[in-house]
Design a protein around this ligand. Structure first.
Ligand SMILES: Cc1cc2nc3c(=O)[nH]c(=O)nc-3n(C[C@H](O)[C@H](O)[C@H](O)COP(=O)(O)O)c2cc1C
Length: 346
């Protein structure tokens, strides 16, 4: 069969195949009006294409970030978790992001799993890296008069501070879960009184209601991480590890919580209402954030300086080759650059 030579335009060599693609794909490219994202004004007139690398660096938690994304706490203590942590830290170093480690409870008593969490060298000294403990563990350390273990843990990991996760429903659903004897608020207040390292408080996928946010905002925390509902939910996850009877009874309570959008509405209103009494200067907007568009929307809507965080979004891409994770983050960064140039928040 003889092929007919296709005419080409010297400055546009793909013109012919592109025009054919347009005809082939046009009917598949329709967007119904009901599918339009109503959160943004699209302003195509006012900016050129942003140059790659256009995101401005900014201070956060005493360090400088180049990308407003936070790697939310995930687990450690297994070989795979170690690989994931190191890959995530490498991405943080490359793109200038901050990171929270997963629960470091094991490291309070033994260094056996230290290499899985010890990512400071990979991440570099100039980006925020935080350790993580559950509020139940901290309550126990107070009770046993062993709180010195906490600063030792932070030293060992060379981190900038501690994230405290507050997860009463997860603990209640977990077959081997802990029981809180004091309110998490009391435990966090005592921690703040005793130590001067930076403290962040987060949930684990159900978020905080307005009264909890009101109390948190008035504490001298380094940040609040929402860990809102809408993505991974650890109460539900633990319930899946429980008996069928327990699953049926607690299915609904494990699934409730607050979305990041709902929480941000309350937080902005509380920030305005509390004025000087609002002592927490930063937010990490996380929980159910599916991509840069969600993150852009949330960070632009926040009246407090904020980055957005993802856990499962990163986990999906951090288990294979580093190149996959790098491509994922690079695409999110490009998305943020485009959003910054052409989208305004309604
Ligand atoms: C595999 C995995 C492990 C997690 N381990 C922890 C943890 O140890 N400590 C913690 O505070 N949160 C932990 N989380 C909760 C996340 O930090 C995050 O708050 C939650 O997954 C919601 O974010 P997402 O919707 O982006 O996944 C974990 C999440 C995942 C997916």
């Amino acid at each position: 069969m003889t092929t007919v030579p296709q005419p080409t335009t010297p400055d546009d060599p793909t013109a012919v195949s592109r025009k054919k693609d347009h005809i082939d794909l046009a009917f598949r490219s329709r967007v119904e009006s009901g599918q339009l994202d109503q959160r943004f004004y699209y302003e195509p007139l006012l900016a050129a294409h942003p140059a790659p690398g256009a995101l401005a660096a900014f201070p956060f938690l005493g360090k400088i970030l180049r990308t407003p994304i936070w790697v939310s706490s995930m687990t450690g203590g297994t070989a795979l978790a170690g690989k994931i942590n190191h890959q995530l830290a490498r991405a943080c170093a490359e793109f200038g992001m901050g990171m929270g480690l997963g629960s470091c409870r094991q490291l309070l008593y033994s260094d056996e799993h230290l290499p899985d969490f010890d990512v400071r060298n990979t991440m570099g000294a100039d980006l925020p890296l935080f350790a993580n403990l559950g509020v139940a563990q901290i309550e126990k350390l107070f009770e046993q008069k062993e709180t010195d273990r906490i600063p030792l843990l932070l030293q060992k990991l060379r981190v900038d501070g501690l994230i405290v996760h507050v997860n009463p429903l997860q603990e209640a659903m977990q077959p081997e879960g802990d029981v809180f004897k004091r309110s998490p608020l009391e435990v966090v207040q005592e921690l703040l009184q005793r130590f001067d390292f930076k403290i962040i408080v987060k949930e684990v996928g159900q978020g905080f209601g307005p009264e909890s946010l009101r109390a948190l905002l008035q504490l001298p925390l380094a940040a609040i991480e929402f860990a809102a509902a809408g993505g991974t939910n650890f109460a539900k996850l633990e319930l899946l590890r429980s008996s069928a009877v327990k699953q049926e009874i607690f299915e609904k309570i494990a699934a409730l919580g607050h979305t990041a959008v709902e929480m941000l509405g309350w937080t902005n209103a509380l920030h305005a209402e509390l004025g000087e009494r609002c002592r927490t200067p930063n937010l990490i907007l996380s929980g159910g954030v599916s991509d840069f568009l969600d993150g852009y929307f949330l960070t632009k809507k926040s009246t407090l300086p904020a980055v957005y965080g993802q856990a499962s979004g990163f986990l999906k891409h951090a288990q294979g080759e580093y190149a996959e994770l790098k491509a994922y983050v690079a695409a999110q960064v490009r998305g943020l650059e485009l959003a910054g140039a052409f989208l305004k928040i309604k």
